[in-house]
Design a protein. Sequence first.
Length: 324
Amino acid sequence: MPSEYLPVPVSSLANLDPSSAASRLLAAFFNGRKVETIKAYQADLEDFRGFVKSSTLEQAAQLLFTSNLGQANAVVLDYKAHLVGRQLTPATINRRLAAIRSLVKLARMLGLVPWKLEVEGMKSEGYRDSRGPGRRGFRDMLHVLDRRRDTKAVRDRAILRCLFDLGLRRAEVLHLDLHDLDLRTGTLAVLGKGRTQKELLTLPAETKAAIEAWLIPRGEEAGPLFHSLDRARKGNGRLSGAGLYDIVRKLGNQAGLKVWPHGLRHAAITEALDLTGGNVRAVQKFSRHRDVRVIERYDDNRTDLAGQVARQLAATVPGRPWPV
């Protein structure tokens, strides 16, 4: 099992009292998930724990599992109203409700409760920027690095190339180790989102050259491909998510842009659609999205199909902008 996954021992939940079952159910719920996923679920469940004023997650879970269907739905419905009252985004509200539903679903599967939650999430079809900084913005960020000769600049160029050229997610970059790189075959083994096995990606010449340049100051010792160069930190530990975000944000600011790591992935996918003439299937392979509909949304935003139809429709009934 990859090191990014955190094994949690769990025994049978049958014939256990509710308090013991709640503790072991949580262990089963987190078992085998990526560290980042565990942290996200813990944060969402901790928010619910605070709402019901339980001292531990186990007590919050027990509160649900010792309730009947109506009581549990009432508590979660009140929690949903609480989240709405805090003016959280629909995406955040739905994610936190989904964490509770997933926990209850596992409890139902294991026979702890005979019911399932019926509280629905919020319907949302909000606007999402799928363009990112674009090819020009990415190029401008590289130009910022061209003016520097320090080791961080060499590392950061390789990171930017991975984010844009390969369309990698932030976590995918952070989890890269030196042994994932094969310069002889020109490949990089990447553990994708929701995957348990790494996938070999072919390195473009520009990406490979940037990584090779970084290997000179990095050295050949085993460990993370991209480590922290912050002198305040002890040793050369793996670059953190916040550290990577800060790198991209600062380079973007220096280029006159507002950029975040996933924005470079957005830019890569949109640019790939342009270069392939809207070949959704090919770009799905590049981006490694499981659902082709995600790429179709990128393509719709890229081509502005709705805007094209609106312009055609308006042109069928020409007129003056105001009465004469």
